[in-house]
Structures are given as structure tokens and as C-alpha cells.
Design a protein around this ligand. Structure first.
Ligand code: BES
Ligand code: MN
Ligand code: ZN
Length: 505
């Protein structure tokens, strides 16, 4: 027992070594000496900074750009060795595309392309000439969103690599309103910290990120004034959450219910419920094929809601948001739930478990009950890597959104577009496919669209609370760099939820 315990503490300390943000950003209206200078061009319109540098170089810069077939398209990035007359090693020219289409998400992606390019150079001090450029809001917003995109893409989960990430870069952005840019970036930096937490948790290997490790990571947020509560298997069972309890029954540590509450005001809270399967083997319906190796990411919904709470707490946001995370490892052992078992949810509905691989809806169902019963939220949003069916329908870029509430769907659609974490609505329904001869529900639909039958299962646990379900299967872990996300855990959902909460309060 004591050996077991010390092993646990040992692995705990490994798991909590977070990947800290490395890049630094400084907003100023003064020029600063740097080894790389960054300027822009929207379509065929060079920015004032580019025009100025070109003049200094006696037109050499424009000549180089035309040789490189630079058209100023969005995210096009060209690196030029600085011609005579320019006091730096290199000039990086970044395309903005059609400047009328520059929203925050687009600027983030441009920042990400720039970040990817700079990561291949040894440039340390980078001066970015953003003066005069607007993202259709302001120059300050452009600079801040650019920094946000750079930072999001520069993140690296490198704790298991013998060769660590290269030294951090220092960015100095020349802006018209440095104070305003700083203020905006400060908020975005809080969101980044939330995204990075979610990425760290998602990328962490399954043995180092079980429900106990996750609960410990949540407790770290107490430092920020977040109220954190962790229920153990015995308490989970006592409260009647038989479905959450059952899914964790086959694992060494059992299930946990983790609550992280940012009570920034006294309004009726918004509840965010996260699926937290720290590893989904499928259980007795064991997963075959290579997809099983991605199932450390099956707690990404829980990671996203915890990351969102962190982002809100860091901003000391004037909102009341409670995250409820239903944690379990879905493992195979002699104590595991068996296909055919019936479990009792806290809502009072019994469920016949016809497939142990449809475990997400079981844990989320009890999480939704807990959120409603204890916090009486105005709105409840659950986030879950719920179905392969969602991935087949929408792939890994769109999130599937399900709700009876058109207004909430449209709010989240707007936020999704703004931060480029887009949602696409799929229908609820096919409830007749969830009939069981011996229980109130089965956990898999007998036919019917899988993402919809899973969502409809969850709907049975929403009561009359306004409810939205986000199926983020496929969005959570990517195998190649894309946009603001380096390969690995994406932290998908943190930016969407943060934007939605901050813009609809
Ligand atoms: N965690 C999976 C869903 C998933 C698939 C997430 C791919 C990320 C990428 C979920 O628990 C699952 O196994 N769902 C089954 C349900 C089926 C047995 C009804 C699925 O979708 O295949
Ligand atoms: Mn599963
Ligand atoms: Zn799962």
C-alpha cells in the first residue's frame, strides 16, 4: 500500500509540470533594435512599414518579394535576408489577404503562420510593424490578436523530449495605441493560459493523467480564487450517480467528480459539464485498431471546461461559471462493468449498458444531474469527445452543436466564427432508438445517427434547464500542426467558451 502511494505521488509531480508560456510580448510606439523585422501587405497594398523599409532598401525589398511570388495572400509569409539599408538580419513579410475579412480568428491564424516561420529561424528579438493596420476593430486589437496567434502556435508539449524547445523569442510590436493593445492582450493571455492548461492535460500520457491527477490539476486553480471540490467513488455512489460510478469501476483509482467554480458575481451560474474519460479502452467492448492510441484525449471536454474556468479566473471576470467534470478511466478488468449491466443514474433513469464503449454519455449524464441539482444553472453546456459518428459527419475542424435553444446556438455560432472554433448544428431526435426492454434507456442507439442518438441520450438529463451539447470528438488531438494549434492536444473549446461567456453576459 505504501509503495503504491509513493508511486502515485511520484507520478503526480511529473504530471503537474506544466508547459509554461515562453514568448514575451511588448507593445510600444517606439522602434526597437531587432534581428528580425516583420511587415505586412494586404493583397497588393503594402503596409506603411513595408513601404518605408522598401524605400530604405532602394526598392530591393519589393524586388525580392516579387521574385518570391509574394502576393499578399492571407497567411503567406516570406522571409528575406535584410537588404543593405535595413538594420536587421532578416525581414519577414506577412500577407493579410482581403483586409475587409480580418476578424480576430483570421488575425490569430496569420500570427500562427508567422510564428511557424520564425520558429525555423534563430531570430530572438523580433520587431513587428503593426502601426496603422486594423482587424476591422482597431490597430490595438490587431496587434493583440496577432500576439495571441503567435503565442498559441508557439506552445509546445515537450516534457518527454530530450531535446527541448529552442529559446523563447521576444516580440516587440509597434502600435498606435500601446496601452490599449496591452489591455486587450492581457485578456487574451488569460485565455491562452486556459488553452495551455487544456492542452497540457490532453497531451499528457494516460498513466500520468488519471482522474486523481486531473483532480490535483484542478486544485491548482484554488490559488486563483476558484472553489474546487472533488468527490470520490464512495460519495459518487452515495449521491446516486451510478452511471459515473460504474464507468470507473474497472480502474485502479475509480471515478471522480471534480467541480471548479469561478464565482465572479452573484448571478445565476452558467454550468459547463465536461466528459473526463482519462483513457477510453472501450471497456469489454474493447477498441480495436489504431484509434485506441488517441484515447488519452477522451478527457478533452473536461480539460476544455477547466481551462475556461482558469481563463475566467485569471481575468477576474465578472461572471459566475461552474465547471463540473465527470472523470473516469474506462478500463478492462474483473471489476469493470459488463455489457448487459443495468446502472441507475442520479436523475432516476436506469440505463442498460449494451456497449461499454458508449461510456461518455453515462458519465456526462450524472455530471449534468449534479450541475443542475447543486447549482441550478441558468444555462448548461456540456463538452464531450462523444462519438466517432460526429467525426465522420463533420471531421476534426467543426464542432457539432446540439440544442433546442436557437438563441444559444446562434450565440455560439457567432463566437465560433470570431475565434475560428466553428460549430455546426446537428439535430436532436431518434429517441425511440434508445428503448430498452429492461431499463428506461439503453446507452447505444439501435440504428439512427450516432452523434444524434448520443446527444438525445444526454438531453434526457437536461430537465428544463437551457442546454447545449458540444461534441468535440476529433477536435481535441491533432497529428499535424494546423493554424493556431501545434500537433497534439488543441485545448479546443476554451477559446469558444471564453468568447461566448465574455460576450453574452
Ligand atoms: N471516445 C469515443 C468517441 C471518439 C471517437 C472520440 C473518435 C474521439 C475520436 C466514445 O466513447 C466512443 O467510443 N463512442 C462510440 C460509441 C458507440 C459504441 C455507440 C463510437 O462513437 O464509436
Ligand atoms: Mn468509448
Ligand atoms: Zn469515450
Amino acid at each position: 500500500m505504501s509503495i503504491k502511494k509513493s508511486l502515485l505521488t511520484l507520478s503526480l509531480s511529473v504530471a503537474l509540470t506544466a508547459t509554461a508560456q515562453a514568448e514575451t510580448f511588448n507593445f510600444s510606439d517606439q522602434a526597437k533594435k531587432a534581428d528580425a523585422i516583420v511587415v505586412f501587405q494586404a493583397g497588393d497594398t503594402p503596409s506603411a512599414g513595408l513601404a518605408q523599409l522598401n524605400k530604405q532598401s532602394n526598392d530591393q525589398l519589393m524586388k525580392s518579394l516579387s521574385v518570391a511570388k509574394f502576393k499578399g495572400d492571407s497567411k503567406q509569409v516570406v522571409e528575406v535576408l535584410a537588404p543593405a539599408g535595413i538594420d536587421a538580419d532578416r525581414v519577414i513579410v506577412v500577407g493579410l489577404g482581403d483586409s475587409t475579412e480580418l476578424n480576430a480568428g483570421a488575425v490569430n491564424k496569420i500570427g500562427a503562420s508567422l510564428s511557424a516561420k520564425l520558429s525555423k529561424t534563430d531570430a530572438q528579438d523580433i520587431q513587428i510593424f503593426t502601426k496603422g493596420i486594423s482587424d476591422n476593430q482597431s490597430n490595438a486589437s490587431f496587434a493583440a490578436e496577432l500576439a495571441h496567434g503567435i503565442s498559441l502556435r508557439a506552445y509546445k508539449f515537450d516534457k518527454y523530449l530530450s531535446k527541448k524547445k529552442p529559446a523563447e523569442k521576444n516580440y516587440s510590436l509597434r502600435v498606435n495605441q500601446p496601452q490599449q493593445a496591452k489591455t486587450t492582450y492581457k485578456q487574451l493571455e488569460a485565455v491562452e493560459a486556459g488553452v495551455f492548461l487544456a492542452r497540457d492535460l490532453t497531451s499528457e500520457v494516460p498513466t500520468e493523467m488519471n482522474p486523481v491527477h486531473f483532480a490535483a490539476a484542478a486544485k491548482e486553480l484554488k490559488k486563483l480564487g476558484v472553489k474546487v471540490k472533488v468527490l470520490k467513488p464512495r460519495q459518487i455512489k452515495k449521491l446516486g450517480m451510478g452511471a459515473l460510478h460504474a464507468v470507473g469501476r474497472g480502474s485502479a483509482e475509480g471515478s471522480r467528480l471534480v467541480v471548479a467554480h469561478w464565482e465572479g458575481n452573484n448571478d445565476t451560474p452558467i454550468a459547463l459539464v465536461g466528459k473526463g474519460i482519462t483513457f477510453d479502452s472501450g471497456g469489454y467492448n474493447v477498441k480495436t485498431g489504431k484509434s485506441i492510441a488517441r484515447m488519452k484525449s477522451d478527457m478533452a471536454g473536461a480539460a476544455a471546461v477547466l481551462g475556461t474556468v482558469k481563463a475566467l479566473a485569471l481575468q477576474e471576470a465578472d461572471v459566475n461559471v461552474v465547471a463540473v467534470m465527470a472523470m473516469a478511466a474506462n478500463m478492462v478488468s474483473e471489476t469493470s462493468v459488463a455489457p448487459g449491466d443495468v446502472v441507475e443514474t442520479a436523475e432516476g433513469l436506469s440505463v442498460e449498458i449494451l456497449n461499454t464503449d458508449a461510456e461518455g454519455r453515462l458519465v456526462v449524464a450524472d455530471g449534468m444531474w449534479y450541475a443542475r441539482d447543486k447549482y441550478k444553472p441558468e444555462i448548461m453546456v456540456d463538452v464531450a469527445t462523444l462519438t466517432g459518428s460526429k467525426v465522420r459527419a463533420l471531421g476534426d475542424r467543426y464542432t457539432a452543436i446540439f440544442s433546442e435553444d436557437d438563441n444559444l446556438v446562434s450565440q455560439l455560432t457567432v463566437s465560433g466564427k470570431a475565434v475560428d472554433e466553428k460549430v455546426w448544428r446537428l439535430p436532436l431526435g431518434y429517441k425511440d432508438k434508445l428503448k430498452s426492454p429492461i431499463a428506461d434507456l439503453t446507452n447505444i442507439g439501435s440504428g439512427g445517427p450516432g452523434a444524434t442518438t448520443a446527444a438525445t441520450f444526454l438531453q434526457q438529463f437536461a430537465g428544463d434547464t437551457k442546454w447545449v451539447h458540444l461534441d468535440i470528438a476529433g477536435n481535441a488531438l491533432i497529428s499535424a500542426d494546423k493554424g493556431v494549434n501545434p500537433a497534439g492536444g488543441t485545448g479546443h473549446g476554451v477559446r469558444l467558451l471564453s468568447h461566448w461567456i465574455m460576450n453574452n453576459k
